[in-house]
Design a protein around this ligand. Structure first.
Ligand code: GLP
Length: 241
């Protein structure tokens, strides 16, 4: 595991975009695993700039996202499909048909999870998986649990996760879905490379546990200690510097 310490959020965004950009240069038909949340937004802006200035090309890229709220349609402004379209896809030359997220509108959990596992099997292996980290150590929406998940799961979201994400729903907790579909930890660990981006002092404690604590499903991100190729890009606040 390599840890790159950067000064602040702006530097983190640029460094992470350069790292993913290098991947696309080396392998233009990369399969990239993408993430939502506030942390990657600056990185996505930088990737858009790099694409629009001709530095990187998305025309052969396939993307598979980590997760989606159960019950939200892709045109719902708080759905992760909407987020990805808005923050990245519609601004770069990726083909819409090459962008995958779990389908939040499938009612039947088993069906939704099977469908997404089929997608991952079909387009994989993932060359580079981008991750953020939740305050409780979740990756994707894999919440702390008694065991690590394997394939795609339907997860009941923790109250703290719903509270943290309520900011996207005008602060109204009642609007935050109770469940989400998420790529499983087994699938995340199969990615050839992992890029974890972390910003802010409020993530310092959980980042330290994830990087230096015991590997335990009660801190899902701690499993990354066992992956052979993880790059952590974190700002000084998140590293407690
Ligand atoms: C959500 C997403 C995660 C993300 C996390 C942290 O729960 N499902 O993939 O890592 O939020 O988000 P933020 O970057 O906004 O702190």
């Amino acid at each position: 595991m390599r840890v790159l310490s950067v000064k602040n959020y702006e530097e983190l965004s640029k460094a992470a975009a350069r790292y993913m950009g290098a991947q696309l240069t080396l392998k233009p038909d990369s399969v990239i695993g993408l993430a939502t949340g506030s942390t990657p937004v600056g990185m996505y802006k930088e990737l858009i700039r790099m694409n629009q200035s001709g530095e990187i090309d998305f025309s052969e890229v396939i993307s598979v996202n980590l997760d989606e709220y159960k019950g939200l349609a892709g045109d719902h402004p708080q759905s992760y499909r909407y987020f990805m379209n808005d923050n990245l896809f519609k601004h770069v030359n990726i083909f819409a048909d090459n962008t995958y997220l779990p389908d939040g509108q499938i009612e039947d959990d088993q069906q939704a999870c099977q469908d997404y596992d089929d997608v991952i099997d079909c387009v994989g292996p993932i060359d580079m998986q981008l991750l953020g980290i939740g305050h409780n150590g979740h990756i994707g929406f894999n919440e702390p649990a008694d065991a690590f998940t394997t394939g795609t799961q339907c997860i009941t979201l923790d109250e703290r996760t719903r509270q943290a994400n309520a900011r996207f729903f005008a602060g109204d907790m009642s609007q935050v879905p109770a469940k989400a579909y998420t790529m499983g930890i087994g699938s995340i660990m199969k990615a050839k490379k992992i890029l974890l981006v972390v910003t802010g002092a409020d993530k310092a404690e959980i980042l330290d546990k994830a990087l230096n604590g015991p590997v335990t499903p009660s801190v899902p991100a701690s499993i990354l200690q066992l992956h052979p190729d993880v790059m952590v890009i974190a700002d000084e606040a998140a590293l407690g510097i």
